[in-house]
Design a protein around this ligand. Structure first.
Ligand SMILES: [Zn+2]
Length: 118
């Protein structure tokens, strides 16, 4: 019986098919020169891709991009975004004043004394 051609050559190459489908694929490859050629070509393409040096960004690109982004922000882009999103809720309560802190300490102390008497 001639199995259908490989439908997932990449999954086969990376051994990501379930075991029974890996076995099916191996059986099919043993008898199908077309699929063997396809697998060979994919392997060769992946190999060439991996050997291709990564392009190096031109000198100063990051700085130019950052400057351009800041320029856009100055033109009001940030203001536009601010208008679209509500200001974040204040997560941290404002710091207590010295008087408030003193009042709290005195209340705590009074409560302790009352508990002690009870
Ligand atoms: Zn085939």
């Amino acid at each position: 019986m001639h199995d259908a051609h490989l439908t997932d050559p990449l999954e086969y190459l990376y051994e990501e098919l379930p075991p029974e489908r890996m076995a099916e694929a191996r059986r099919h490859l043993a008898e199908c020169p077309d699929c063997r050629r396809e697998i060979r070509e994919i392997r060769e393409t992946v190999k060439q891709y991996r050997q291709t040096p990564r392009p190096v960004p031109p000198e100063g690109l990051a700085e130019r991009t950052a400057r351009a982004a800041i320029g856009e922000a100055d033109k009001g882009a940030v203001g536009l975004l601010r208008g679209r999103f509500p200001a974040p809720a204040r997560a941290v309560p404002p710091p207590e004043t010295a008087e408030q802190r003193q009042e709290k300490l005195e209340e705590d102390f009074k409560r302790l004394k009352d508990d002690f008497r009870a």
